[in-house]
Design a protein around this ligand. Structure first.
Ligand SMILES: Nc1ncnc2c1ncn2[C@@H]1O[C@H](COP(=O)(O)OP(=O)(O)O)[C@@H](O)[C@H]1O
Ligand SMILES: [Mg+2]
Length: 308
């Protein structure tokens, strides 16, 4: 499979004074998705995004953004738009005037300003002073600025932080609409509920580690088998058996999660097949849950796994 990957990392790690905050992260972000990068506060989301943007140097591991090595951000940053912190705009200038300044500085044709204002839903308020904007409008102007040079990747760090419910709804609508014609989007949030509807891809992290990643729809179907076996050393063989049955397998602690399950009668077959190759299962259950519930389970499992 050679699907184009917009972001790919291998064992990406960042430690601050010996404390590991991003811990061996393997990311694979396909082109064209709106990806929610979800995890609780302190999970390492901002640090990861900063590493992708060349703002923080990884302690170890490697990565590629738009096909370029992470260690050479100058090669890919011209094609990346980002909103990492509250953007700096001139308070007394209108949104449109602010974008014109940026377009001039960045060598972007002035006609693009009206397009991005329309794109983020600010066309009607474009000529009002920036200082009169709500927080949500300020964030959307920041996204408009990031979209000016037509980036292939748009990175947004918690754009819904601090927004009121209407602002969150607007942002969600904007994210969803970007999927249609816009760049690949990587947007972080500490609240799954804020991004899940807008995102067709999810990457979940906890304590600097990857917990789950894949199409949102796959997590939403939520029907997967959870398997444990008597001897942890059998897990790789068990994983191979599941993969041979066209299930996608991931390891969470000492368990395997395999899915999506198709019929109701899959579990007995898995049990028999494992027994036939000499693996005794200590746990075998079907798990189906809403995304939110499952997210909680995944996080609990991964925490338990890291404590073992
Ligand atoms: N420059 C830094 N120096 C030391 N520790 C940091 C620095 N930046 C982030 N951290 C720590 O790294 C951890 C992850 O932070 P962060 O990446 O901001 O998480 P998130 O964005 O998921 O909330 C936190 O414990 C934070 O305190
Ligand atoms: Mg953060």
């Amino acid at each position: 499979m050679t699907k184009e990957l917009i972001v790919e990392t291998t064992s990406l790690t960042k430690a601050y004074r010996g404390r590991t905050v991003v811990d061996g992260l393997d990311l694979a972000l396909p082109a064209g998705v709106v990806c929610g990068f979800v995890g609780p506060n302190g999970a390492g989301k901002s640090t990861t995004l900063r590493m992708l943007l060349g703002l923080v140097r990884p302690t170890s591991g490697s990565g590629w953004v738009l096909g370029h090595d992470l260690s050479r951000p100058q090669d890919y940053l011209p094609d990346v738009g980002a909103l990492i912190e509250a953007p700096a705009f001139y308070p007394g200038l209108s949104g449109r005037a602010n974008l014109r300044v940026l377009a001039t500085l960045g060598g972007t044709p002035a006609a693009r300003v009206a397009e991005v204002l329309e794109r983020v839903g600010l066309a009607e308020r474009a000529d009002d002073a920036y200082k009169t904007y709500s927080l949500g409008m300020k964030q959307r102007l920041g996204i408009a600025a990031a979209l000016l040079p037509r980036p292939r990747l748009l990175v947004l760090d918690e754009p819904t932080n601090g927004l009121d419910p209407q602002g969150i709804r607007d942002m969600r609508g904007l994210l969803r609409s970007l999927a249609d014609d816009g760049p690949t989007v990587l947007v972080s949030s500490h609240l799954l509920g804020e991004v899940q509807q807008a995102c067709d891809w999810l990457v979940m992290v906890e304590a600097g580690r990857l917990v789950w990643s894949g199409p949102t729809a796959q997590l939403l179907t939520g029907s997967e088998a959870v398997l444990g076996c008597e001897h942890a050393g059998d897990l790789p063989r068990l994983a191979a058996l599941l993969e041979a049955r066209a299930l996608q397998v991931r390891r969470v602690g000492n368990r395997l999660h395999a899915g999506p399950l198709t019929g109701d009668d899959v579990l007995p077959g898995l049990n028999r097949a494992a027994a036939e190759i000499g693996i005794t299962l200590s746990e075998l259950r079907r798990q189906s849950a809403t995304l939110e519930e499952q997210y909680g389970t995944l996080l609990a499992d991964s925490l338990a796994g890291s404590l073992r």
